[in-house]
Write a protein that binds this ligand. Structure first.
Ligand SMILES: [Ca+2]
Ligand SMILES: [Ca+2]
Length: 226
């Protein structure tokens, strides 16, 4: 029994918590003093869970570590687990590796509701050469229910590093005028898996560029034998 609410017909919301089971009893009497023999009991009601809600405030950064600022609300004051995802273009949601994760790669556990909270997406872990329009999202769960998720505006990500031309040389190394010349080099890209596309090659004869051999791996045939 909660005696401080005796004889009141209204119980303030501040007195209830999620999961509480409440009932009241009524013992009626009239102005002449006649009263019921026994108090009458109401059916029991359970105070329901209010689902949490996330609102993403901002995203900053466009390469490597991306900072997300968000607000987390739960009217019951429940601490929440947050699952973080990313999306490339209009593709499907994928698990986002976050620095603050305490469970797996993308779950931050036991977060108290508040404003201006931050998390960091380690984007290079998930998309080492990611390039294009991305979005991030958070799904809150208060231990009972998934709440209302939010996703960020799309933002531009550029994790792509330029490739490096290694061991650039001409073959043969000691050519005669009857030899075709060939440009030799190795394509190395810091992002594993990137392939060569659109490389530019220039040939110089006595320091003057020979534009008709642009982007050709084979250089001039100095002496045409035909
Ligand atoms: Ca709740
Ligand atoms: Ca690259």
């Amino acid at each position: 029994m909660q005696p401080s609410y005796n004889n009141r017909t209204t119980l303030p919301a501040s007195a209830t918590s999620r999961g509480d089971k409440w009932y009241c009893t009524v013992l009626l009497s009239d102005s002449l003093g006649a009263k019921d023999d026994e108090p009458v009991k109401s059916p029991e009601v359970t105070v329901l869970n209010q689902k949490p809600l996330v609102k993403i405030v901002s995203v900053s950064g466009n390469t490597g570590n991306i900072t997300l600022v968000y607000n987390l609300t739960d009217q019951d004051g429940d601490r929440c687990n947050l699952r973080v995802w990313y999306r490339f273009g209009s593709g499907e949601k994928r698990v986002a590796t976050v620095k603050e994760a305490t469970e797996g790669k993308n779950v931050i556990t036991n977060v108290a509701p508040g404003e201006g909270l931050q998390l960091t997406w380690l984007s290079r872990e998930d998309v080492p050469s990611g390039y294009g329009e991305y979005a991030l999202g958070i799904i809150p769960n208060d231990g009972l229910d998934d709440g209302t998720e939010d996703s960020s505006q799309r933002f531009r990500l550029d994790n792509n590093d330029a490739p490096i031309a290694k061991d650039v040389s001409i073959f043969p190394k000691a050519p005669f005028s009857s030899d075709n010349l060939r440009a030799d080099y190795k394509f190395e890209d810091p992002n594993n898996g990137d392939t060569e596309s659109g490389s530019r090659i220039r040939w110089y004869r006595n320091k003057v560029e020979q534009t008709n051999y642009r982007d050709k791996k084979r250089g001039p045939i100095k002496c045409d034998k035909t």
